[in-house]
Design a protein around this ligand. Structure first.
Ligand code: KE4
Length: 443
């Protein structure tokens, strides 16, 4: 499927891509950015401001990628830039403790219900990898349950039928990952509590932890079933983990500070034993974290025997950007604003889908996370996600690009809103989506 990025409208992006391909695998620093899932050549960005990005050829786009989640305040928000400018003058990294780490740790512990102690790392991959190691050490068990379509970064033992890039690339597990590395990883269907119960009844005494994205965002957006007084999916996982004495790990790298200050665990009212955080926590700089009960985190080196380390962990710039971001999220009506904008976008897209795609489009939203599938039924599982019309999504994506709206270049990603988006941007998006849906439904 060729898309307009192959014409002279994107001459400078195309030239930049050719140069990049001579030096870097696929010309990118992360696979999804290469547009393999939607066809054509990737747009190269020169700058971002507020809710828009500008490409090398001078075209502006309303940005729903937002770096795959971190930019909840939009591009270069003034308070974050000011905090970085102040901090930069004092040094970028020391390899020694600073009070900035303590300040961000205090904000994290005050915000995330299950976190009493936290350790900063530099990526979500590191956070989840470390959380799994801690869970295995704490339980003295080896096995981990993960779910099809959930993505937890690219550490060997978790690159099994992952969502996000791995699904997009159609390679549910990666060459180079040894059988030994994945031999303790059990893969169960997402959103199926019986499958977890049966697995735990069969081998519960070997299971260290159940690892899940509480709101799945890496197979497209697939929220968990709602919790009810009779229980629910996430609370059911919690009860099963308690019954079989394994730990519950929430990978909130995407949802942490995104759907609420306390993340998905706040909105669904389910407390994991360990939480992984990333993206928003760094305010646009490389930062992630894992945290949980004090007794568990006391096992982490140097307080305890579970080794984990990092040269740039807790670096002042990422701490300063994270502090500035979380303070705004905590002290303003940011989440109300994001909910208002999210509702406006969802409502507009639903109307557009009804008129242009008659029941062949499914839309999901949790706060400022949104997903759209070309499917004739609600997408509640990985199988339904990969069974959706990804060819239509590719047409939808490229037409929106032409109309100045930038989605993540894959059906298996989530759209993000920021407080820098406004009603005018949302309304422009909906108008563009009407045209894009019309085109997509022609195939
Ligand atoms: P990083 O190592 O990319 O910082 O985080 C890995 C990760 C862990 N857990 C969840 C729930 C995640 O969503 C991610 C990373 N998300 C992808 C987007 N689907 C990052 C984008 C990319 O890989 O380029």
């Amino acid at each position: 499927m060729m898309i307009p990025t192959d014409n002279n409208r994107h001459a400078r992006s195309n030239a930049a891509f050719a140069a990049a391909c001579d030096l870097m695998p696929g010309g990118v620093s992360s696979p999804v950015r290469a547009y393999r899932a939607v066809g054509g050549k990737p747009i190269f960005v020169s700058s971002g401001r507020g809710c828009t990005v500008r490409d090398l050829d001078g075209h502006d786009y309303i940005d729903y990628v937002l770096s795959y989640g971190p930019l909840i305040l939009g591009h270069v928000p003034k308070p974050v830039v000011a905090a970085l400018t102040r901090t930069l003058g004092n040094g970028t990294t020391f390899g020694m403790p600073t009070e900035l780490e303590t300040e961000l740790a205090r904000l994290v512990v005050a915000s995330v219900p299950s976190v009493e102690r936290v350790r900063f790392v530099n990526s979500g991959t590191e956070a989840v990898m470390s959380a799994v190691r801690l869970a295995r050490a704490a339980t003295k068990r080896d096995r981990i349950i993960k779910f099809t379509g959930c993505y937890h970064g690219h550490s060997d033992s978790l690159l099994v039928a992952a969502g996000s890039g791995a699904t997009t690339l159609g390679s549910p597990s990666s060459p180079g990952v040894t059988a030994a590395a994945t031999s303790d990883t059990l893969l169960l269907p997402y959103n199926d509590l019986d499958a977890v119960r049966i697995c735990l009844e069969d081998q519960g005494e070997q299971i260290a932890a159940v690892l899940i994205e509480p709101i799945a965002g890496n197979m497209g957006l697939v929220p968990p079933p709602p919790e009810s007084p009779e229980g629910g999916y996430l609370s059911g996982l919690r009860a099963l983990c308690d019954r079989f004495k394994c730990l519950l790990i929430f990978d909130e790298v995407m949802t942490g500070f995104r759907v609420a200050l306390g993340g998905a665990q706040q909105i669904y009212g389910v407390k994991p034993d360990i939480t992984c955080l990333g993206k928003v926590i760094g305010g646009g700089l490389p930062c992630a974290a894992y945290g949980g009960r004090a007794d568990l985190m006391a096992m982490v080196s140097p307080q305890g025997p579970v080794y984990q380390a990092g040269t740039l962990s807790g670096n002042p710039l990422a701490m300063a950007a994270g502090i500035a971001t979380l303070l705004i999220l905590r002290e303003t009506d940011a989440y109300d604003r994001l909910e208002t904008l999210g509702q406006r976008l969802e409502t507009g897209l639903r109307h557009a889908a009804e008129s242009k795609a008659g029941g062949q489009v499914q839309i999901a939203r949790v706060g400022s996370m949104l997903g759209l599938f070309f499917s004739d039924r609600p997408v509640t599982s990985y199988e339904l996600a990969v069974g959706s019309r990804v060819d239509r999504f590719a047409v939808f994506f490229s037409r929106l690009l032409d109309e100045g709206v930038m989605l993540p270049p894959s059906q298996f990603e989530t759209w993000f809103l920021s407080t820098a988006h406004d009603e005018a941007a949302i309304d422009r998006t909906i108008t563009a989506a009407e045209k894009a849906l019309q085109d997509a439904m022609k195939i």
